[in-house]
Design a protein around this ligand. Structure first.
Ligand code: PLP
Length: 367
């Protein structure tokens, strides 16, 4: 049996380091907003290549905090339109609508599965106020040309970097490319905590200060509340875990890339489409998406061969029950992806035999 993502095995290598970090925290007796959090924030900002990093509760909160801070700064307003890819995890859209902003769904590119330069440029209108770029599956969706257009028109670029920690665009890390970026450290992400955790990165000092207050009840000084905030903080134990795992992130991403390259090189089946890797950016394969016209049958076939797979995502956001007001939109690429996408195991512990087994199982599939 090849599991989709054996998290306990992936994390086992850090057990002793994490145990000593937890002991260190226990003996200090300081549990939130302490040394581990501020050190992680500094180390992660340095890794991503931004001036500021603010740890918070999870990836959704990171997105929400960015949009809310822009509203509190008077840069975004109720009802403002935000472009967002039609194929993404629902959190990207929830952060927009929970801030009283309006999502405009952009159908992704059928080759990259991303809504990037071409798709966003074609969707920008006079009333576009922000673009949320989602580096889906681990692949960058930022481009200089898009950034130039946005900066000329005063459009904010927010990055959803939940799936792409460590990915590069022309040598710079995703999460350092737009005006602000949200990161999720959900356990299954490329940089995963042992619980919920997230962060915002930015070079904008004003925005960073607003978020620093906002995520701690609108307060930078105890019991002085300058804005209407929330509680979304990164605790010391999660910060310590993230510091340990961050040191190994590049090595593990490299393994993921090798696994993905071997899968792409080995898979030869006219019934499936393997992912496209552009040369100007580095994909970190949080997810290895395969497309297949008879996806459900392929998933059953792989399960019979002992290969566990997942689907990202079985229904696009605009067709979810909670967003029924968008159900009449026509977003054919996102809809097709939701019917054809299947995610193969693609994690750092897969060995050559596992890869061979996956490749053979896919190649032996006949509809
Ligand atoms: C995981 C994820 C999020 C949300 O992160 P959480 O930490 O689970 O809140 C947001 N956007 C995308 C694209 C994600 O994959």
């Amino acid at each position: 049996m090849i599991p989709y993502l054996p998290l306990n095995e992936i994390n086992a290598q850090y057990n002793s380091e994490i145990e000593s970090a937890v002991k260190r925290i226990l003996s200090r007796g300081w549990y939130i907003m302490g040394e581990e959090c501020s050190t992680f924030e500094r180390e992660y900002a340095e890794y991503i290549g931004t001036q500021y990093c603010i740890g918070c509760g999870n990836g959704y909160d990171a997105l929400w905090l960015i949009f809310n801070a822009y509203k509190q700064l008077g840069i975004l307003h109720d009802g403002d339109k935000v472009l967002v890819p039609a194929n993404t995890f629902i959190a990207s859209v929830l952060a927009i609508t929970h801030n009283n902003l309006r999502p405009l769904f952009v159908d992704p590119n059928p080759t990259s599965y991303l809504a990037g330069e071409e798709e966003m440029l074609a969707s920008i209108a006079d009333d576009t106020k922000a673009v949320l770029l989602v580096h889906l599956y681990g692949q960058n969706s930022f481009s200089r040309k898009l950034a130039e257009t946005c900066s000329e028109r005063g459009i904010i670029i927010v990055e959803d970097n939940a799936q792409a920690q460590g990915a590069l665009y022309q040598g710079a890390r995703t999460g350092s490319l737009g005006d602000a970026a949200a990161h999720s450290f959900y356990p299954g992400k490329n940089l995963g905590a042992m619980g919920d955790a997230g962060a915002v990165t930015t070079n904008n000092e004003e925005l960073a200060n607003a978020i620093k207050a906002l995520h701690n009840y609108g307060s930078n000084r105890k019991y002085i509340h300058e804005s209407i905030g929330v509680n979304s903080r990164l605790d010391e134990i999660q910060a310590a875990v993230l510091r340990i795992k961050l040191r190994n992130l590049d090595a593990l991403n490299k393994k993921r890339q090798e696994v993905a390259q071997n899968l792409i090189a080995g898979i030869e089946n006219p019934l499936v489409q393997t992912p496209f890797i552009p040369d100007y950016s580095q994909h970190v394969f949080h997810i290895f998406p395969l497309l297949c016209g008879s996806r459900d049958a392929l998933q059953k076939h792989l399960a019979l061969k002992g290969i566990e797979t997942q689907i990202h995502y079985p229904s696009p956001v605009h067709l979810q029950e909670c967003y029924r007001q968008y159900a009449t939109l026509s977003l054919p690429v996102a809809e097709r992806l939701s019917q054809q996408e299947i995610s193969l195991p693609c994690h750092p512990l897969l060995n050559d035999n596992d890869i061979q087994q996956i490749v053979e199982a896919v190649n032996n599939y006949h509809s």
